[in-house]
Design a protein around this ligand. Sequence first.
Ligand SMILES: Nc1ncnc2c1ncn2[C@@H]1O[C@H](COP(=O)(O)OP(=O)(O)OP(=O)(O)O)[C@@H](O)[C@H]1O
Ligand SMILES: [Mg+2]
Length: 143
Amino acid sequence: MSEIRTQDAEETRDVGRRLGGTLLPGDIVALTGPLGAGKTVFAQGVAESLGVDEPVTSPTFTLICEYEGIMPFYHMDLYRLDTPDEFAWLGVEEMLNGNGVSLLEWSEKAGEELPDRAIHVGIELSYDGGRIITIIRSDGEAA
Ligand SMILES: Nc1ncnc2c1ncn2[C@@H]1O[C@H](COP(=O)(O)OP(=O)(O)OP(=O)(O)O)[C@@H](O)[C@H]1O
Ligand SMILES: [Mg+2]
């Protein structure tokens, strides 16, 4: 487990870039944190590391956006899901188990449907206006 403090969006994007540089095809990044925490900002950093040129925005209404980089990048936003069943019904197994990286905002909405190998990234608001980012690899190792 590692805990990183960031003072602005660019620093959070940079943490995303650094994690992105370690990701392999099939990896899943599970992002949690309140509204406006910086999940999409973090996702932008991951996407940049994966060679995605297109601007990455929040897929709140579309639920899933697919980008091409050095490997596919699947950006999901589960905010609108009511139950983990709905995640299962999305039919994303092929994406999760494919050759790309999947990143899920509001991953807690997937409940038990989230694969165990997911890398967990929690973003909390700090009292000083910054953010506290905690990264936990599924094997318990610091990211
Ligand atoms: N340290 C920081 N890290 C990330 N974002 C920050 C930080 N400080 C301020 N911000 C601002 O907070 C906002 C984060 O927005 P972002 O869309 O990434 O949040 P989100 O967690 O994806 O929200 P949502 O749950 O609505 O999808 C941005 O406007 C960003 O500029
Ligand atoms: Mg977002």
